[in-house]
Each structure stands twice: as structure tokens, then as C-alpha cells.
Design a protein around this ligand. Structure first.
Ligand SMILES: Cc1cc2nc3c(=O)[nH]c(=O)nc-3n(C[C@H](O)[C@H](O)[C@H](O)COP(=O)(O)O)c2cc1C
Length: 376
């Protein structure tokens, strides 16, 4: 087997795709949305493997898990079962050949010396496709399991920046170094082997002002929460202005989408409504409350609809329609400044092949996707 050249940059190559595509969160017991509608989707390694191989074979660029340590209750006990992300992504790295295997890490619970070596290991296993999605931890009950509390909002990304500085030094420096910081005091640090990539890509899902500032300085990809196209365009413009000033002009913007694509618009809309009608409102409320939303501030008569929106993935964009309509909606997101899209399906193994067969060719015709040659 041919070994990759050290210092290669697979991500920069993928970044030439007008719209990169990826899969997010198939390491958890719920697929997309918080609902009770049956699906063949399940949390098992065989199922995960099938989705990863499918995405890889189709020619997607990104694959990323959710980092979750406990669920949110309700009838569905949403996200109660999850695979740990480093072990999961090491396995995904070993069985895929193309997708970037980006590991979502809760930074407060993973020491940077451990993370630097673990991600370098995954970079070797994947032959240069490792990466980190930096998550700071906001779910109190989750952090409590580690004897920690979430960092105060103003400190989260100060911690993140220091954590990342240590990791990047470990990835690049050949002589042992000491680190005397606010959060870490470390002696004689060294990590070998170095990653294959010159620098495994960094992803951020920060939404707060300080978080977005952090992402604009340090991230290769940062998430946008979807609140309409105008908001997205504005967010994209601001992000790129700040990122340019921070010396990180190539930062990419990524959205998460829930895709309901059927032969006709009527069929797609009917299924989307079915998902929404069967939302698990208790789990949705728990998630909203835990993430700091004051649900009781929403007028009583509007609360149910609000929780149904949360259940259909707050901040994600719902793409619903026929193949042509879905392709047009993806093109609109691209025109609004989105460079990458994580696709979520209610039933991946049924719906992803349909998407690949019917939507991808249209995206290629439109110039929103370049034809993919499967990288070895
Ligand atoms: C697409 C997406 C994925 C996320 N994945 C996780 C995750 O796996 N685990 C987690 O605890 N938080 C996750 N988050 C939460 C973010 O890391 C972040 O804390 C949140 O967006 C609030 O931003 P802030 O930290 O700037 O306040 C995710 C957010 C988004 C938008």
C-alpha cells in the first residue's frame, strides 16, 4: 500500500469542492430530529459502518460524530446511547478511504497531550484524514459526570485557544517544551509521531460572539446556525471579514441539514409533517432548557410549535422536496456563503442512495459539486 506523503493536505484539496458534503452524528441512538417515527436507523457498529462506507463510496468529504455522554429523556430518551468519539472515529478511519475523519471532542474532558497523540494516531490510521471538532461543553449534567462545571461563557474559548495552542505545538515541535498558561502548566511536552497532515483541520460549532471570534481565527470550518438565508449571508460576510483580518481567510462555513427528499414535493412534505407531528416534546424541552433556552418565556400558546421546531433540529436547515427542489435549495445555501453541508436523513440506508442517485447529478450539472474522483 502506498504511504501518504507527510505534510499532505487532503482537506485543502477537498476545499476546492464548491459544496463539500458530509455525515454528522451517526454515533448516536437518534438519527435526525427528536421524534418517535420508526426507522431502520439504529446505534450499532454494523449500521454505522454501512453508512460510513456508503458516504465514502459516494464521494462525500466529511464524516463527524456527536460528542454526548447522556441523553435528554422523553419518550425517545433522545441521544441516550452514543459511542465515544475517539474510539468510534479510529474505527471509521480504518474502514474508509476518502472522508475526513473529524473527531468531535469535549475539550474540558480530554487533555491536550492525549488529544494530540490520539488525533495523530487517527491521522495515521486514515492516511492523512484526521481532524478535530472542538466542543466546549454546555450540558451541566454531562460535565457533572466528570466532576466539572461548564466554563463561564467568557472563558470557554479562552480555554479552547490555550488547549489548541498546546495541541498544535505537540503536532509541530520536535524539542520538548514547557507550557505555563492559565489552564495548563505542563512540563517537558513532546508528542511523536507527528500527524501526516501538516495540520489536521479544526472545526468549531461555536455560536456565541466570543466563540465565533475564536472560530474565525482558528477554524478551517465553522458551523452556521440556520435562521434564514438573509441571516446566513450576513453571518458569512461578517465571518469572512473577521477571519481575513485574523489571517484565516479560507475559513469555510458549514450547515447541518435534515433532508426529506422524495419523488414528489407532496410526498416529501407529507413525511416531513409526519416527523414533526410525532416530535418528542419532552426530550425537545429538556434539550432546549439544558442548552440555556428559557422555554417558559415563549408564550404558552406558542410553546408546542416552538418545541416542534426544536425537535426538528433547531439551527439546522430543513431541505424538503423533490430531487430538483433539494438541489435548488442546496444551490441557494451555496449562494448564501455555505461551503459544506452535513446531511441528516431519517433513514440513512434508504435515503442516502436516493440522494446520491437523484440529487448529486443535478448538483454537478449546476456546478455546485465537481465530479468526484475517489481518492486512494
Ligand atoms: C452542528 C453542531 C454540532 C454540535 N455538536 C456538539 C456536540 O457533539 N456536543 C456538544 O456538547 N455540543 C455540540 N454543539 C454545541 C456547540 O459546540 C456550542 O457549544 C454551541 O453551538 C453554543 O455555542 P457557544 O459555545 O459559542 O455558546 C454543536 C453545535 C452545532 C451547531
Amino acid at each position: 500500500m502506498q504511504q501518504p506523503t507527510p505534510g499532505t493536505n487532503r482537506f485543502a484539496h477537498y476545499r476546492k469542492q464548491p459544496m463539500m458534503l458530509g455525515i454528522f452524528a451517526t454515533n448516536g441512538s437518534a438519527s435526525v430530529g427528536i421524534n418517535t417515527v420508526p426507522s431502520s436507523y439504529e446505534l450499532s457498529w454494523d449500521h454505522s459502518l454501512a453508512i460510513a462506507e456508503l458516504a465514502d463510496g459516494i464521494g462525500f468529504e466529511l464524516f463527524m460524530p456527536l460528542s454526548r455522554w447522556r441523553g435528554f429523556g422523553g419518550v425517545s430518551n433522545y441521544a441516550a446511547e452514543t459511542y465515544e468519539t475517539l474510539t468510534y472515529m479510529a474505527a471509521v478511519a480504518a474502514v474508509t478511504r476518502r472522508v475526513m475523519t473529524i473527531v468531535t471532542l469535549h475539550l474540558p474532558v480530554v487533555h491536550p497531550v492525549l488529544a494530540a497523540k490520539a488525533i495523530a494516531t487517527i491521522d495515521h490510521v486514515s492516511r492523512g484524514r484526521g481532524g478535530i471538532n472542538m466542543v466546549m461543553g454546555w450540558y451541566k449534567a454531562e460535565m457533572g459526570m466528570f466532576g466539572l462545571a461548564p466554563h463561564a461563557a467568557e472563558d470557554r474559548y479562552v480555554y479552547g485557544a490555550e488547549w489548541l495552542e498546546v495541541v498544535q505545538r505537540l503536532w509541530t515541535e520536535n524539542k520538548p517544551f514547557d507550557h505555563e498558561g492559565r489552564f495548563f502548566q505542563l512540563k517537558d511536552c513532546i508528542s511523536d509521531p507527528k500527524p501526516i497532515q501538516a495540520r489536521p483541520p479544526i472545526v468549531s460549532a461555536a455560536m456565541s460572539e466570543s466563540g465565533v471570534r475564536f472560530a474565525s481565527q482558528h477554524a478551517d470550518l465553522t458551523f452556521a446556525s440556520f435562521h434564514g438565508h438573509e441571516h446566513l449571508r450576513e453571518h458569512s460576510r461578517n465571518l469572512r471579514r473577521v477571519a481575513k483580518d485574523a489571517g484565516n481567510p479560507d475559513v469555510g462555513l458549514v450547515c447541518v441539514s435534515i433532508i426529506v427528499c422524495r419523488e414528489t414535493e407532496a410526498e416529501a412534505q407529507a413525511f416531513f409533517k409526519h416527523l414533526r407531528d410525532n416530535a418528542d416534546l419532552i426530550a425537545a424541552r429538556n434539550l432546549a432548557v439544558q442548552s440555556g433556552t428559557d422555554v417558559d418565556a415563549v408564550p404558552k400558546e406558542k410553546q408546542e410549535e416552538f418545541l416542534r421546531d426544536v425537535a426538528m433540529s433547531a439551527g439546522s436547515v430543513a431541505l424538503v422536496g423533490s430531487p430538483e427542489q433539494i438541489a435548488n435549495q442546496i444551490a441557494d445555501l451555496h449562494a448564501a456563503g455555505v461551503n459544506a453541508l452535513f446531511l441528516g436523513f431519517h433513514d440513512y440506508l434508504k435515503e442516502l442512495p436516493f440522494f446520491a442517485e437523484r440529487v448529486l447529478p443535478i448538483l454537478e450539472q449546476m456546478g455546485v459539486r465537481m465530479p468526484v474522483e475517489i481518492a486512494q
